[in-house]
Design a protein. Structure first.
Length: 392
């Protein structure tokens, strides 16, 4: 069914990097969510009125609130697809994250409501009455919600959509809560044990935790997160694959929404090559990598020494020193300035993010001291730096 809907309503569905295709996926997800939840609302509300059942009627309005979540997703996807304008030169992609954040709050609200109801039942136990019609409605609801959850998860992973994954979690939360109710009814029907309240408390805790997890995953790109290692390797490998590039460092990626990223990186070039030649290479890399990876790339050019044997020998000494202190350490922008009485070794030292300021200062003084022991003329001029790569 999922593939049928995708093939039927999403043009060029395989090109998930295209903004219009992503928008079509989002609209499909939202419309399906609205239709399914309105259908469940109508069915439960009608039967609730006929049976004069407050429980079934209340559950109907829960599905109506889920339809509201789909409406929020629809609005978020449409707004996120708006092109860049004068006030928002990087587009509106982050609105999708905000929509997912709102949905996560609704998930938490469902969990808290269920928790309150479960605690009330624990304090004032009630016998559970078994009736076939409401029971079958609950089973139907589980089936529909489970399909919706899998549908949104499949589409969300396909286009890397936070709001779809949040909607999927919302649906799966409903599956868990309703399933717990069904199991409690069956246990109470065939035994004298009433586990409804205890099961409700456990399930509500799971739903609340899921809501907070969605919120956390959604807030990370809004606040700013480290570069994923896979993306880091992908970008650096691409840049370093071009002739005329010695190495790279200081890669930073800014996320402005799914498929809307801007990156900056420092590329090292031989200092004996004409600057116009190196600049032409840099321009080509920016164009080619931006097109291939769908990332707006800006490259800063750093000239480095590649021929002077004395400079390269000192550089190798420094490399051995810092790797002996900690294999996680690295350095870049190394250059040597010779004087009459001393040699200034100027470089940036990259330390792990988990280092405290005290630990970083200790490392800095150790590097200075060890290099001084090798040659009393060495004077290290160090700029402390930290990596922007995400932790594993």
């Amino acid at each position: 069914m999922t593939e049928f809907l995708v093939h039927r309503f999403v043009k060029n569905y395989e090109n998930t990097e295209d903004t219009q295709v992503r928008t079509s996926y989002g609209i499909l997800s939202s419309v399906v969510g609205i239709f399914c939840n309105v259908f469940l609302f109508a069915a439960k509300f009608t039967i609730g009125l006929l049976l004069k059942s407050l429980a079934v009627t209340a559950d109907a309005f829960n599905n109506l609130s889920d339809a509201a979540s789909s409406v929020i997703s629809f609005i978020g996807v449409k707004m996120a697809s708006k092109p860049a304008d004068e006030d928002h030169p990087f587009g509106h992609g982050r609105i999708e994250y905000i929509s997912a954040l709102i949905v996560s709050f609704l998930v938490v609200e469902v969990g808290l409501t269920f928790l309150k109801s479960s605690v009330g039942k624990l304090m004032n136990p009630e016998d559970i009455a078994f009736e076939w019609v409401p029971f079958l409605i609950l089973v139907l609801s589980i089936g529909v919600k489970f399909w919706m959850g899998m549908f949104n998860r499949t589409l969300g992973k396909r286009i890397n959509s936070k709001v779809m994954l949040a909607t999927s979690t919302d649906s799966m939360g409903d599956v868990i809560t309703t399933s717990a109710t069904v199991v409690s009814i069956l246990i109470s029907q065939f035994t004298s044990v009433n586990v409804d309240a205890i099961a409700g408390i456990i399930v509500s805790g799971i739903v609340i935790w899921s809501g907070f997890s969605i919120a956390k995953d959604t807030l990370e790109p809004l606040i700013g997160q480290g570069v994923p290692r896979e993306l880091y390797k992908q970008i650096t490998d691409e840049v370093e694959s071009f002739d005329g590039i010695v190495g790279t460092h200081d890669l930073i990626v800014h996320n402005y929404g799914p498929n809307h990223s801007m990156a900056s990186i420092h590329a090292e070039v031989p200092n004996n090559v004409d600057i116009e030649v190196s600049h032409e290479i840099i321009d080509k890399i920016e164009r080619d990598v931006s097109k291939k990876l769908n990332i707006f790339l800006v490259i800063h050019m750093d000239p480095v020494e590649t021929r002077d044997k004395k400079v390269l020998e000192v550089k190798e000494k420094l490399n051995r020193v810092i790797k002996a202190l900690d294999p996680k350490l690295s350095f870049h922008d190394f250059r040597v300035v010779n004087g009459d009485q001393q040699m200034n070794l100027i470089f940036d030292l990259v330390v792990p993010r988990e280092y405290s300021q005290e630990t970083a200062d200790q490392i800095l003084h150790q590097v200075m001291g060890l290099m001084k022991e090798m040659d009393h003329r060495y004077e290290c001029v160090i700029t402390m730096d930290k990596s922007y790569i995400a932790e594993e």
